[in-house]
Design a protein around this ligand. Sequence first.
Ligand code: ZN
Length: 286
Amino acid sequence: MLCALAAAPTLAQSARPLRVVASFSILADIVRNVGGDDVEVAALVGPGADAHVFQPSPADALRLAQAQLVLINGLGFEGWLDRLVSASGYRGPVVVASKGIAARLRGSEPDPHAWQDLSNAVRYAENVRDALSLARPASTAHFEQRAAIYIQQFQALDDKVRARFFAVSKDSRKIITSHGAFGYFGAAYGVEFLAPQGMSTDSEASAAVVARLIDQIRHQDVRAIFVENITDPRLVERIAREGGAAVGGRLYSDALSPPGTEADTYLKLFAHNALTITSALSAGQH
Ligand SMILES: [Zn+2]
């Protein structure tokens, strides 16, 4: 088996972290948690940035060219990916982290924001674990162990979030955010999210939709209004003002916050959003 021996990596090669590129910051954090020291992960769309309108640069193509594994969300989230992959010359695997998740549909289009449900995040972590194991079989046990611990953290947080929502009245759970990023969150915890923009941020909100939202606030049909970290807050602020209500805070929709701040990991992001929403729903409850 001389050729097999020759093909086996040296110790130094196998000890080098696997170079992974994730399409956006939330997925990069999931990869970091499952991969630990065995991976080195970079995000194309970083903290606070909007993947819907991302325009890759030559530096992104270079980063992709040097990657050994690329992980994306899928469900139509990264419309710019195919062109970037061909521009970069990257020939390795491109793995869809949302594989196996039952997508919510709006019309015929899948809602890409599946990470806004912790039970879907379990599937993301499993898909990441499997992709990393395939790319670095020697570390499979390590990835399995880390993924199992991480998934337990999702389940513990989900229990906590469910308990918080259980304590909030079932009526008037309507909330306004900038774009339709919280359909999965709403379905998981029984909240209805309204938004001036649709599932993507790449088109303008229609005047009719904006007028309807203002009307709903005036009729006190909406319990809370939030801006998002990835979108310009001015439209939501105007809707709140014209409806005679205040903005209740900021939600993290499609990206983490910068390192060292309140939502710099997926788990912190989710806990922050849940706490912010339940606090707003509880305020003024009789
Ligand atoms: Zn979005």
